[in-house]
Ligand binder design. Structure first.
Ligand code: AMP
Ligand code: ZN
Length: 119
C-alpha cells in the first residue's frame, strides 16, 4: 500500500498537480518532472506518488515501489534519448549527501559526461 500524501510537502503537491511543474512521466506509482535547477542537460526527478521522507522511510513493503522507480528511470532515459549515451541515477539521503527536499526522489542525470569522483 502506498503511503498517503503530506499536504504540506512541495513534491506531494507536484504529484497532485497542485503546483506547476514540467511533468515528463506519470503512472500509478511514480511522478517524474524536470528539476528547477538542472545540473546536467537532462535532469529529472522521479518520486513515489505518496509521501516517503527518504530511503530510511522505506521497508519491505516498498520493495516493489522502489523497483518501479528504477524502471521508470530507464524508461524516461529512453524517452529522453540518453539510453545509449548513458545516465546516472542518484539519491541524496540525509545531511552528508545534501538532501534538501524530504520527499524521497531519484535524480536522473544525463546529456553530458559526468565525473563520478569529483562529487
Ligand atoms: P536534493 O538536494 O537531492 O534534496 O534535491 C532536491 C532537488 O529538488 C534540487 O535539485 C532542486 O533543484 C529540486 N527542486 C526543488 N524544488 C523544486 C520544484 N518546485 N520543482 C522542481 N524541482 C525542484
Ligand atoms: Zn511528499
Amino acid at each position: 500500500m502506498m503511503k498517503e500524501y503530506d499536504q504540506d510537502c512541495i513534491f506531494c503537491k507536484i504529484a497532485k498537480s497542485e503546483i506547476p511543474s514540467k511533468i515528463v512521466y506519470q503512472n500509478e506509482f511514480v511522478t517524474a518532472f524536470e528539476d528547477l535547477s538542472p545540473v546536467t542537460p537532462i535532469h529529472i526527478l522521479i518520486i513515489p506518488n505518496g509521501h516517503y521522507h527518504d530511503l530510511n522511510d522505506c521497508g519491505e513493503n516498498e520493495a516493489s515501489l522502489l523497483g518501479h522507480i528504477l524502471l521508470a528511470a530507464a524508461k524516461i532515459a529512453k524517452d529522453q534519448g540518453i539510453s545509449d549515451s548513458g545516465y546516472r541515477v542518484v539519491v541524496n539521503d540525509g545531511p552528508d549527501a545534501g538532501q534538501t527536499v524530504f520527499h524521497l526522489h531519484f535524480h536522473l542525470l544525463g546529456g553530458r559526461p559526468m565525473n563520478f569522483r569529483s562529487q
